[in-house]
Design a protein around this ligand. Structure first.
Ligand SMILES: *Cc1c(COP(=O)(O)O)cnc(C)c1O
Length: 338
C-alpha cells in the first residue's frame, strides 16, 4: 500500500475561480497565469480548467511549447520575456507573446528580420524594482520597439508591489499607477497591470487585460479570505494518522524538541512532511483538520511526517483522516501561519 498522502485537484474549482476573477473585471480579457506548472497543479489540468481564459501566461519557454503541444491555440504570454537570442525561433514558431523588460532584449529584437511577427508587452518598472524600464526611459524603449519590423503590437505592462496593501508607505499603489499613467500617456496599445490582488480589489485597474494567478488556485493574496471572495480550494491535501504517542508534562516532540508539553497530551503522527510540500517552517499550532475537527501542528515538521495535537479529539487514532489544506483548513491559513 502506498503512503496514505493524496493531493486532489478539483478542475471545477479552478474553472469556478477563473469565473470569479473574470467577474471582477467583466470588460477585460484575462490571462490565466500558469507559471511553475500552474502553481503546482499541472499544465494538463490547467488547460482543461482555463479553457475560458483569453490566454495563458507563464515564465518557462519550454512549458509554453508544451502548452502548444497539448493543444492550446489561444494566446500564450511569457511574463519574463525570452532569455536568449536562441529563443527567438521558438517564439516565432509557436506564436508566443512575450514581455520586453530590458535593453538586452530590445537589442536582440533589433537583429530579427520582419519575417517573424511578435506581440510584445513592454514592461515598466513603476516602483517594484524587479523587472522593467524606469518611467523616464519607457517612451524611448517604446519608440525603439515601434520601429521594428518584427513588432506587430505593443501592450503596456507593469506589476504592483502592493495591490493587496494599497497604502503601503514604502510604495503606495497610487504612486505606481501615477507613474504608469504619466509614462504611457498618449502611447497606442493595450494595457495590462492587474495581478490577482488588483483584479479582486481594484476594478479600476482592469484596463484591457488582467493577469490573475494565485486566486485561480483558491488562495488570496491578502485583503480578505478566499471564502469572502467566493473562491474555492483547487487542491486538497489529505493524509492519515500513522502513529500516536501519549506524552506528559516535560515531554518534547520532534527534531530540536521545539515543543514541550505542559500537560498530558495525545500526539498524532501524520504521514506528511516537507518533502511532500508542507512548509517546514510552519510553527506550532498551524491548522490541521483531523476527522473533521480542527487542531494544530506540534513541533518541527519532519521530512515525511509531522505531529498534531489529538488531546481534544478522543476518537482520533491510527487511520484517522487528516486534511492539511483544502476547504478546511484553507491554504491561506497554513500559509499565513508559516
Ligand atoms: C506571477 C505573476 C502574475 C500573477 O500574480 P498573482 O499574484 O499570483 O496573481 C501576474 N503578472 C506577472 C508579471 C507575474 O509574474
Amino acid at each position: 500500500m502506498p503512503r496514505p498522502i493524496v493531493a486532489t485537484i478539483d478542475i471545477s474549482a479552478l474553472q469556478h475561480n477563473l469565473a470569479i476573477a473574470k467577474s471582477h473585471a467583466p470588460h477585460a480579457k484575462a490571462w490565466a497565469v500558469v507559471k511553475a506548472q500552474a502553481y503546482g497543479h499541472g499544465l494538463e489540468r490547467a488547460i482543461r480548467a482555463f479553457a475560458d481564459a483569453d490566454g495563458l501566461a507563464l515564465v518557462e519557454v519550454d512549458y509554453a511549447v508544451r502548452l502548444r503541444e497539448l493543444g492550446w491555440t489561444k494566446p500564450i504570454l511569457l511574463l519574463e520575456g525570452f532569455f536568449d537570442a536562441d529563443d527567438i525561433p521558438v517564439l516565432a514558431q509557436h506564436q508566443l507573446q512575450f514581455a520586453v523588460h530590458c535593453d538586452a532584449q530590445i537589442q536582440i529584437l533589433e537583429s530579427v528580420g520582419a519575417n517573424a511577427q511578435f506581440d510584445v508587452h513592454l514592461k515598466m518598472n513603476s516602483g517594484m524594482n524587479r523587472l522593467g524600464f524606469k518611467p523616464q526611459v519607457y517612451r524611448a524603449a517604446y519608440e525603439r520597439l515601434q520601429k521594428l519590423g518584427c513588432v506587430r503590437s505593443i501592450t503596456m505592462m507593469t506589476h504592483f508591489a502592493n495591490a493587496d496593501d494599497a497604502a503601503n508607505p514604502d510604495m503606495p499603489l497610487a504612486e505606481q499607477i501615477r507613474r504608469f499613467k504619466a509614462a504611457t500617456e498618449g502611447l497606442a496599445g493595450e494595457h495590462s497591470v492587474a495581478n490577482s490582488a488588483a483584479d479582486l480589489l481594484h476594478a479600476e485597474l482592469a484596463y484591457e487585460w488582467v493577469r490573475p494567478g494565485v486566486i485561480l488556485y483558491g488562495a488570496t493574496p491578502g485583503g480578505g479570505t478566499a471564502k469572502e471572495f467566493g473562491l474555492r480550494a483547487a487542491m486538497t491535501l489529505e493524509s492519515k494518522i500513522i502513529g500516536v504517542q501519549d506524552i506528559g508534562p516535560g515531554d518534547a516532540v520532534g527534531y530540536g524538541s521545539r515543543f514541550v508539553a505542559d500537560k498530558p497530551m495525545k500526539i498524532g503522527i501524520v504521514a506528511c512532511g516537507y518533502a511532500d510540500g508542507y512548509p517546514r517552517h510552519a510553527p506550532n499550532n498551524t491548522p490541521v483538520v483531523v476527522d473533521g475537527v480542527r487542531t494544530g501542528t506540534v513541533g518541527r515538521v519532519s521530512m515525511d511526517m509531522l505531529a498534531v495535537d489529538l488531546t481534544h479529539i478522543p476518537h482520533a487514532g491510527i487511520g484517522s483522516h487528516v486534511v492539511l489544506w483544502g476547504d478546511e483548513p484553507p491554504i491561506d491559513e497554513v500559509a499565513f501561519a508559516a
